[in-house]
Design a protein around this ligand. Sequence first.
Ligand code: SF4
Ligand code: SF4
Length: 276
Amino acid sequence: MDVDQRKCVACSNCIPTCPMGAIYIDTTLNRAKVNLEECVECHTCYRGMSKERLNPGLVRTIRGVLKLLRIRFDPEPDVCPTDALLPQELTWPRSVRRAFSDPLVPHESTGIHGRGTEEVKTNDVTGRVQEGEAGFTIEFGRPGVGVRFRDIQKMTMALAALPIAFERKNPVYSLMSDPAAGAIRQDVLDEKVLSAIVELKTRVEQAPHVLHVVEEVAPTLETIVSIGVSTRCDAQGDELLGSLLKREGYIFYRGKTNLGLGRRPERQHSPSPVQA
Ligand code: SF4
Ligand code: SF4
């Protein structure tokens, strides 16, 4: 994202729209600027504001004159009065920022918008996590914090030492150069995104080891980490995961339950694990 310096009138309206705090007023130039290191190309500023096409010179003159009279003239807070925000054509590797940060852009690797994965919400039909397995969703970053792939890699490399399998239908997996080692492509390591999700699964008995590694590595990262874990009940509705988590001292709730009612679309129909 960029700001057209010829058009900007430094009204500051775009500053609070940015979830990364990347827009600031350059007080020397008296224009808004974007800190490109921190900008995750989410397009929230551009999409979230109405645009007027007022004459920048005229607006600056009116604001200057009124300022002398100690009167403020500010446009409505959700308007860029001179249409000064300029989305840029993104090339690799910067384009990954937008793919992971703009919810309206689908990920090329999975065709899914947002963070690019269905997670286990569709486990009814995907069967990603089977009985006796624990599926993990490890989420990095948040608005206001973000995450660089270098930090994600620290976690994936530590986890790869355990008997786990990373989920392949996941956009972070598609950026891995060596999934067995948890290594991510060198050319994206410095790219920053709003948030990203790594998914993996392991045997239920291994779940505490995964949690221990996440707890150990998370404080060393310049981001925040949230974790979700799921499993599949047996025919009686029982599972091992809950008791293991309680034994490890975690407070355990069943957050979401798939009832086994999901079905594949007709044209792709094949017997699902639930039906089998
Ligand atoms: S809203 Fe538009 S005119 Fe106002 S500071 Fe931002 S880019 Fe400049
Ligand atoms: S594209 Fe997103 S991160 Fe970049 S300046 Fe705009 S709102 Fe901020």
